[in-house]
Structures are given as structure tokens and as C-alpha cells.
Design a protein around this ligand. Sequence first.
Ligand code: ADP
Ligand code: MG
Length: 627
Amino acid sequence: MSSTAQTHKFEAEVAQVLHLVTHSLYSHKEIFLRELVSNASDACDKLRFEALGKPELLSGSGELRIDIRVDKDARTLTIRDNGIGMTRDEVIANIGTIASSGTRKYLEALSVEKKADANLIGQFGVGFYSAFVVADKVTLTTRKAGEDIATGVRWESTGTGEYTLETLDVAERGTSVTLHLKADEDEFLHAWQLRSLVARYSDHIGFPIRMPVEKDGKSTDEWEVVNQASALWTRPKSELGDEEYQNFYKHISHDFNDALAWTHNRVEGNQNFTSLLYIPAKSPFDFMGGGRDERKGLKLYVKRVFIMDAAEQLLPAYLRFVRGVVDSDDLPLNVSREILQQNRNLEKLKAACTKRVLDLLDKLAKDEPEKFATFWKEFGQVFKEGIAEDFANKERIAKLLRFASTHTGGAEQTVSLDDVIGRMKAGQDDIYYLTADGYAAARSSPQLEALKTHGIEVLLLTDRIDEWLSNYLTEYAGKKLRNVAKGDLDLSKFGGANEEQRKQAEKAAEGVVKKLKDLLGERVREVRVSARLTDSPAVLVLDEHDMSPAMQRLLKQAGHDAPESKPVLEINPTNVLVKRLESEGDNARAGDLALLLLEQARILEGQQLEDPAAYVRRVNDLLVNAA
Ligand code: ADP
Ligand code: MG
């Protein structure tokens, strides 16, 4: 039985993707085969999983497999699987529309680069359309496992605005995709070429990929398996080369770049599982934005059967960049997400996977610093979340953190806490850091002046997350982490002013301190002589337990109430502006100068002035008066 073909229009976005695919993908055209084989393999995985509860689904067409066949006369190439198949509605939903939020990103990425690399396509969940890179017509025939023969569907399109759908009898379950090759794509009609592509891109697929045996250059009816057909992670490490690992990585991650590093382990004993975990070399397009792929690409298998994408269950959120496979022998096969959450083995599995990733990062930090630097550049921000999230591994995570520092003189984050400890001055007990909105602001902050004179290294924390991080990271290797803008900074141990000298300086500055206090009134909590400054006139400091202004800003931006704490203004009595204020007889002008000192100190902290116009007026008045 067969209905007449109905014509449907593609969703506007699909049409756009197709247009780009057919007009701008020139390099790596051959990846269409990888994408279609990968879909076929997913379909077999899905059926094997469904069949756990309904074994009858597997009856009929033998073992799960993928067949590739060419017809030289018709100039077609067909990829057929006996996996889960699709109903008519599923064909419309999966092939005619785009569920993925990544599509727009994909379109953007493509339109930047006119002759884009076809490799990009799989990353955005639109791999099926890569068929149109080499074909001017694609016919997909499918029937869902367990459904009636008469529910078969044929979908066909030339990759322009429309596709047709018809219902027909399909004897075997599963999906077959036939590509009617474009005139200049003859190379994909050669069996040897296809075999070498399978070997290159799809060798690791866990199902047999078969092609017809050739005799005298002609296909026969006999089939032979052309891939390894065993799950890659089950094979011994010694048998696997880098290229095989990298190809497998691309398959599971949909990343077209090579992975940065991986760790492959088999654990036997209390727990029995295999893990193959990768660190990507680049963060995906929608990674930080919380895109749908953020937690995709870490697959849970139970005894070689694919169960689900389970990144959330298998790794903590701060390791969400990791891709890979975990294959457990201990979990029940009929495990669901809900059951999984309560399973005690899972907690152990998660801890073990976390340990593997941290071990791998340790190794990179030690033996392959360039790779570690790449990791840090791409994922350091996310990794920092671990300090708050993973209490058990806090010290290990802290050891792997990297920061900018006054020691290196660049914005790159390359300095570890151990580096700082190694360079500590005699008598130094604390690790000093400064938080700021950006590297330039941090680098030239007056808070650093005195520390600089004494050659003490200060970490410059300038990422958005750092302010928050510093609340959780208060100690490392027995050393306290100290915010240089908070509390009393005693530098006497390093040759700074001692108690006696400070008392003297305070005495000498009593007049100007009092004058400032009177002039500023309620605006500040206190005015005092600073041990931090050598050049600048003034700086704002906080008490040990005050919330920093940056943190207050973050909280307010997030819609929370933030406790308003009044700052302490520290001054440098040797500075000319402060001296000028001291000797200023005109009360109004002294008031302007005092406000100016406070406002400038606030600007240096990255704060917004409530009345910038008044500030500018004051500066201009003083300039005119000075002239
Ligand atoms: P992705 O594989 O990333 O989801 P694709 O564009 O490759 O994106 O495929 C889109 C969807 O079409 C798949 O998610 C799947 O639901 C469906 N599909 C494609 N090929 C097959 C197939 N051989 N068998 C069953 N479903 C398929
Ligand atoms: Mg796909």
C-alpha cells in the first residue's frame, strides 16, 4: 500500500541551513559519510536500549548493523541500518524541522566564513543535512521497530525549499538513506574510497558496518564487515593509536577539532567499569552560554549497551567540558534517570571519574604545560567553580588554579598558588591577592604600591567569577589568602614601617586626618594613614569581613540586597595633593579637594560615581584655580 506523495515546506531555518550547506561547504565533503553512519549507529543504540524491556523489537532482521552499498549505474550511494527507525511524525519532527538551539550559531559561524569547513556541521545537530553537500537528491525510507509494515515512510528532497512524504510498505525495520550523487562526486561511487573513509572515520563504531564483496570490480550479494565493530573503549590501550582515539572523540563529541588529552581506564574490583574521558581543545560555540550541548557528550553504557547521555550524573558541573564514555558492569541495565540518581554505585562512579579527570589535569600541568595552558584558557573559568562545588577535592583543584600576577607582568593566567609560595619573602605567611574588574585596573591599582616596593608578589584576580571564588578559597597549603584591599596591611616584617614609625606618622598626620573626617562626614567610616601607599594620595579599604564593592555590585545585578558597608579612606600624607589639602585655608575649596580624593579612590576601585557631573565640575574648578 502506498499513499501519493505529499509536498511539505521546510521550516525557514532548515531551508537556510540547506542553502548554506549546498553552497558553501567545500572542504572535508566526505564527512557526510561519518554523519550518516553516526546517525545509523545512534539508531542501533536506541533500539538496543528499547529492546531491554521489549526483546521482541529485535526479532526479524538479525543482528544490528549498518550496510553501505553503491549503484554505479544509478549513481547512488545507500546507507542502511536496522535500528530504531522513525514514524511519519518523527520524520517530520527530526528531519523537516530543527530542534537544536545551535542552529542559529551554526548559521552565524558559516556566514562568517564563506567557504566553510563541512566538518562544522555535526557539532550543531544538523549532521543529516551534510548529505546535500554531495547529493542533489536524498531519499530516506524508514519504518519504526515494532510498528506495522504498512507504516513505512519515504521522505525525499532535492535540498531546496521542500520535501515530499509518502506512506508505503517497508518490510524491514530501520532506515535507509540514498544519496543521488551530484555530477562531480564520482569518487563516492568507488568501494575502495568508501572503505578507506569508514576505516578513517567510523572504525570504532560498535556495530558491524558491511559492504558488498567485490568481484572483478563489481559488487556481489555477499557482505563483509569493513570496520572493527567493537566498542573502542573495550579494546586494550596498547592496540589503540592516537588517530583512533581522536576519531572516536569526534564521533561522541561532534567536535571537529582534535581532543587535547584523554584518559582511558579499566577498573576491576569493588566496582567494575571502563572510562574513556576526553578534554576538548576548544570550548564549543554555545558552551558558556548554557547551550543544550553543554552537558552532552558524556555517555553512560551498561555492559556495552548505550543507556543515555549522563554527564550530569557522572561528573560534577565544574567538569562539564569533559566528553567521553563510561561503561559500567555494576548498574542495572534497566536503569532510568530517576533510578540512577538514587543508585549508590553511581556516587562511587562519579567520584572515580572526577579523580580520573583531576589526575589527567595534574599530569598535563606537570608534563605538558602547553596543553595545560590551552586547557586553562578554554575552561579555566568553569573549572574554578570546583572550589565551591567539590569540597572533597578542594585542595587538588586549588593546586591546578592559575592566575595573573604582579610577578609575570602579563594578563595571561599562568601562576599557580605553589609558584607564589615558592617566591614568598622571608617571614611572609600569606598569599596576597587583589580583585579588580580588569587586568589593567588591577595592575595599576594603588593598593599594590607598598607591596611592590617590598617585592611581594600579588595575584591579580580579574575574572567575573574571581570575587566569588575568593570567598571560598581562603586557605591553601596552610597559607591564608589575603585580599590586599582589606583590613590592616602590616608590612613591617618586610622592612616597612614598624609600629613605632607608624605611630609617628599617624601623629604627624593627625591634622589632615581630622580635617578630612570633618569634611567627608558620613561618607566614610574612618580616615587613616595608609601603609599601602607610596605614590597615590588615597585608597579605599575594607574591613576584614566586609563585602567588597565588586561583590556588592554582583549581588545587586543579580537582584539581591547587598549590605552597604561604608569604606575606610586611607591617605598618604606625603602626597602633594594631601599636603595641598592640609594647607588649604579656603573651606569650600578644601571641601572640594576632600571629595575629590574620595571620588578618585572610588573610581580606582571600579565604582560608579552617583553624580559624575559634579565630580567633573569640581575637577575643572580646581584646574582653573590652579592656572
Ligand atoms: P543529530 O544526530 O545531532 O541529532 P542529525 O541532523 O544528524 O542530528 O539527525 C537529526 C535527527 O534525525 C536525529 O536526532 C534522529 O532523531 C533522526 N535520524 C537521523 N538519521 C536517523 C536514522 N538512521 N535512524 C533513525 N533516526 C534518524
Ligand atoms: Mg547526527
